[in-house]
Design a protein around this ligand. Structure first.
Ligand SMILES: Nc1ncnc2c1ncn2[C@@H]1O[C@H](COP(=O)(O)OP(=O)(O)O)[C@@H](O)[C@H]1O
Ligand SMILES: N[C@@H](CCC(=O)OP(=O)(O)O)C(=O)O
Length: 384
């Protein structure tokens, strides 16, 4: 069965780089290898592809800087090592990207940041703003304030959550193996590379084992589960060897390298399902005819000026229903402002937001990327 190469034509990708690669099997941050990944990603940026990096390696680098030969068991010692190592990691990415003419930004996130609706929107807006300004975000977990992630080594999951958050087209997981094998190749010499599969296929999780080295935490299982999660927002995943020459550039040119795991749902349909499955309706706004035309007819965002009435008590990041002038639900979306603020903004121009609230989160009440139209006007539904 011929499969579309997952990175061919992708406009936005997340590249996750594991600890063993970043730190050259624990010898300390490998500046040369980081320089090479940055070169490839900068080249992709020049071709118009938006790229985000999720990089592990803080703990391994911190241990080296502190002269610790053994990975400590105490969580606080791991957190301290991460705090030390993150400095080195950020410094090397910044230096590499600056020498290539790319601005970079450090973003430290926790899983909780992405499950809290308000912080989710904040993280999303910040990352999208960085991309708009052609800044390359370098993301890691905020290891100093969380400990589950340190114990479970969850940067693979973080990569998938970031992919969902900014609706990337693909997640690339660079690791120290050629891809997913039928069994852990460190233990089974007969293991064969799985070139392609469907994200979420339970057979893949059965093949994947834990980390094969003391440095990596998640092993293949967290990568396979990350692919399943990335597929929920319609993104494909590739698991590939990070030291394969020009690996990301060749993937982007359509070459098959490593393991490609496809997503079943296209992006828009996946997002709609996600909103339906995960989010509870917290309020309603009724809009005027002009706003209804803009939303339903032209696929635009909902601006406060088109809002007539606000019902319910919702917060920023909650889902609200949008009703047309006849009171029929025409869309649902994530509110950028709380109900009390939306009441103050109703019927007013976006330029007035600062004067009315004292700050501006976004000019829209619901951005079109966070909006799902109701049947039958929604093209996804019209297609069946
Ligand atoms: N089925 C499998 N295919 C490939 N690698 C596997 C498999 N099962 C377990 N592994 C192990 O997973 C390791 C990669 O995971 P990990 O060490 O966490 O890497 P990273 O630091 O890149 O996240 C490999 O080195 C390998 O030993
Ligand atoms: N946040 C940790 C990463 C832990 C982790 O997930 O590591 P890995 O399994 O190598 O991707 C660090 O920077 O050391």
């Amino acid at each position: 069965m011929a499969v579309t190469p997952p990175l061919l034509g992708a406009r936005r990708i997340v590249v996750k780089i594991g600890s063993s690669l970043v730190t050259d099997e624990g010898r300390g941050v490998d500046a040369q290898a980081i320089g090479d990944w940055c070169r490839q990603l900068t080249r992709l940026g020049e071709q118009g592809v938006e790229v985000l990096i999720v990089s592990s390696g803080a703990i391994a680098e911190g241990m080296k800087r502190l002269g610790w030969a053994q990975r400590p068991r105490e969580v606080h010692a791991l957190q301290a090592a991460a705090a030390v190592g993150q400095m080195g990691l950020a410094q090397i990415y910044e230096t590499s990207l600056r020498s290539l003419g790319r601005a970079s930004a450090q973003v430290l996130l926790t899983h909780a940041d992405l499950s809290d609706r308000e912080r989710y929107l904040n993280a999303r807006s910040t990352l999208l703003t960085l991309l708009q300004h052609r800044v390359l975000p370098v993301i890691n977990e905020n290891d100093t304030v969380v400990n589950d992630e340190i114990r479970f080594g969850d940067n693979d999951t973080l990569g998938a959550l970031v992919t969902n958050l900014i609706e990337a087209d693909a997640l690339v997981i660079l690791t120290d193996q050629q891809g997913l094998f039928s069994a852990d190749p460190r233990k089974d010499p007969d293991a064969r590379l799985i070139a392609q599969g469907r994200a979420g296929d339970p057979a893949l999780a059965r093949m994947a084992g834990g980390a094969g080295s003391a440095l990596g935490r998640g092993g293949m299982l967290t990568k396979v589960l990350a692919a399943e999660r990335a597929a929920r927002s319609g993104a494909a995943t590739v698991i590939a060897y990070g030291r394969e020459p020009d690996v990301v550039l060749r993937l982007a040119a359509g070459e098959s390298i490593g393991t490609a795991l496809s997503a079943e749902l296209p992006k828009r349909a996946a997002r709609k399902q996600w909103m339906a499955d995960h989010l509870q309706l917290r309020g309603r706004v009724q809009i005027d005819a002009g706003a209804a035309r803009a939303l339903v007819g032209e696929g635009r965002s909902l601006l406060p000026v088109g809002v007539r009435d606000v019902a319910g008590e919702f917060h920023r990041g909650d889902v609200i229903a949008i009703l047309d002038p006849e009171g029929r639900e025409c869309a649902r979306g994530l509110a950028n402002y709380a109900a009390a603020e939306a009441r103050l903004l109703a019927g007013r121009a976006s330029q007035d937001i600062e004067a009315l609230l004292g700050y501006v989160a976004e000019p829209e009440l619901v951005h079109r990327d966070n909006l799902v139209l109701s049947a039958p006007a929604d093209p996804d539904q019209a297609q069946g």
